[in-house]
Design a protein around this ligand. Structure first.
Ligand SMILES: Cc1cc2nc3c(=O)[nH]c(=O)nc-3n(C[C@H](O)[C@H](O)[C@H](O)COP(=O)(O)OP(=O)(O)OC[C@H]3O[C@@H](n4cnc5c(N)ncnc54)[C@H](O)[C@@H]3O)c2cc1C
Length: 486
């Protein structure tokens, strides 16, 4: 009897899919196909051209600069760790006649961060509720103008909306990070512009090929009469037969299509998790200027709104500019030129994605002139807004955990679909992706490690053991990451 290599189809070539494929190859699996709906690999790691520079439209920071973090290790291995100098200044402006005392603002901001970074374990309470209580107490205790303190603290809350992609702090569970692994400080690198090229000789990476359906627990035969339990049906009509499929599409995509994507259907337990977990959105508006109107040592510009209220940090489309409070400077200048990023959360992100560039340009210019009291700020030469929500193969930014839900449900999402007919091919559809990692969701390393996890799960079924991984020194083979020439 000829022993066949199992055929494995990986769906999605984001970090999770590429991580799974690379690990499978390391484990000796050779019959691999990666199917990707869009025209390139990378998923939510993507670059776009603005001015003379490449910028990250997706992931930008390394969340955790330590050997524990496989993404940090990849950067290190390929000598891409050109860290951005941290000594840059945060600056603050406000929309009334008073100037901001920057030291004071920094101190209040830091106090706000201490409150909001609190990691509760009560799934019944929201970050918004917790923040409102504690921030009020802090504001009252401050000797200076309580109202000023409130509006600076509100900045902290608004910035957390950007971090989570949510529209309302009252929607996010206070226990969001109860299982989280802290891998260390964030690292702002000169660009996440690495390009994933799965270097898998015998395998194929099929681009521009969207999967429309997965049929499993079946019995499908190819031309040679070999039988497979899984049939992956692409939207162009092509059918790919496989022993196993690893699905890595985003939670947003699962929400949109899980009801019709699987045959047999998903369990109601799994469907409920897909429904209940939230998929947020953020937008980055890149603003490229002829000349910088900020000082060369500035790394961020924050806008403080009078009358912002710590008790209700919740976006409103009608007042979308109120949620454009944070601008970061792309550094170093020699590499990027004069580019600011305006960050928008939740449904404000959904909104700005649909606005015309001229509309954004004039509204933001007026906004900046008002706050900086500098009527000579020119409009940006180029405006470019990311479109993660409108991208039908992504549909948002990343996962967050709503009030009332325990992060453990991500384990349910990660459970494979097990076939009933053939014990040796029992693991049929496996789930990876950022949303399946309660310890690291919403990050690049979470996606990567989820791919590794599923590859290893399959390997165990075939009694293959995985080489040790994770630490910078022990990473032997990994993604074929190569630097994009600038
Ligand atoms: C704006 C933004 C900023 C971010 N910043 C950071 C950061 O600074 N640091 C950080 O660690 N993380 C950041 N993240 C999060 C990080 O990018 C993601 O967690 C991670 O890249 C997700 O990888 P993934 O493989 O799980 O999913 P994805 O990257 O979404 O990959 C899934 C792939 O599946 C494909 N696909 C979808 N549907 C189909 C289909 N039907 N058939 C075939 N293929 C399909 C998609 O095209 C995609 O390529 C950011 C994300 C965004 C959007």
């Amino acid at each position: 009897v000829m022993m066949h290599q199992p055929r494995i189809v990986v769906i999605g070539a984001g970090m999770a899919g590429l991580g799974a494929a690379t690990k499978l190859k390391e484990l000796g699996f050779t019959e691999l196909t990666v199917v990707e709906a869009s025209g390139q690999a990378g998923g939510r790691i993507a670059k776009t051209n603005i001015g003379n520079a490449w910028v990250d439209s997706g992931a930008q920071y390394i969340h955790g600069a330590s050997a524990e973090n496989p993404v940090y290790c990849l950067f290190k291995k390929y000598s891409l760790l050109n860290q951005v100098p941290e000594e840059g200044k945060s600056t603050f402006h406000r929309n009334n006649e008073h100037k901001v005392n920057e030291d004071f603002a920094e101190r209040v901001y830091a106090a706000g961060e201490r409150i909001i970074r609190h990691r509760g374990s009560s799934t019944e309470k929201s970050i918004g509720e917790h923040f409102a209580e504690e921030a009020h107490a802090v504001a009252e205790s401050w000797q200076d103008d309580e109202k000023d303190v409130q509006s600076i603290l509100a900045l902290v809350g608004k910035d957390l909306l950007v971090d989570t992609g949510a529209s309302d702090l009252h929607k996010i569970s206070l226990a969001s990070w109860q299982y989280y692994i802290n891998m260390g400080d964030d690292l702002n690198v000169e660009g996440y512009v690495v390009q994933q090229q799965p270097d898998l000789p015998k395998e194929r990476l099929l681009l521009n090929k969207a999967v429309g359906k997965i049929e499993w627990d079946g019995s499908f035969s190819d031309m040679e009469g070999r039988g497979y339990p899984v049939r992956v049906v692409c939207e162009d009509g092509e059918e790919i037969l496989a022993d196993h499929a690893i699905l890595t599409i985003s939670l947003g995509c699962l929400k949109a299509r899980a009801a019709t994507f699987f045959s047999p259907s998903l369990s109601s337990e799994k469907m409920e998790v897909i429904e209940k977990l939230c998929f947020g959105n953020i937008a980055k508006i890149f603003l490229e200027y002829e000349q910088a109107f900020w000082a060369s040592d500035v790394r961020s510009i924050s806008l403080i709104w009078d009358n912002d209220n710590v008790a209700s940090i919740s976006t409103s489309r009608a007042e979308w500019l109120r949620y454009l409070q944070l601008f970061t400077v792309m550094r170093p200048k020699e590499k990027f030129g004069n580019i600011l990023i305006a960050w928008c959360p939740g449904d404000v992100a959904d909104l700005v994605e649909t606005m015309r560039e001229e509309e954004l340009s004039s509204a933001i210019t007026e906004h900046l002139r008002l706050f900086t009291r500098n009527p000579t700020i020119p409009p940006p030469r180029t405006v470019l807004c990311t479109q993660w929500c409108s991208n039908s193969f992504i549909r948002g930014s990343y996962t967050f955990i709503p009030v009332g839900i325990d992060g453990k449900v991500m384990d349910i999402l990660a459970q494979p679909l097990v076939g009933t007919k053939n014990p040796s091919k029992a693991l049929q559809v496996l789930f990876a992706g950022e949303a399946t990692m309660k310890t690291l969701y919403s990050t690049v390393q979470g996606a990567l490690m989820s791919g590794h996890r599923e590859a290893e799960r399959l390997a165990r079924q075939y009694d293959r053991t995985a080489p040790p991984a994770g630490h910078c020194d022990t990473v032997k083979k990994d993604l074929g990451v190569c630097h994009v020439p600038q």
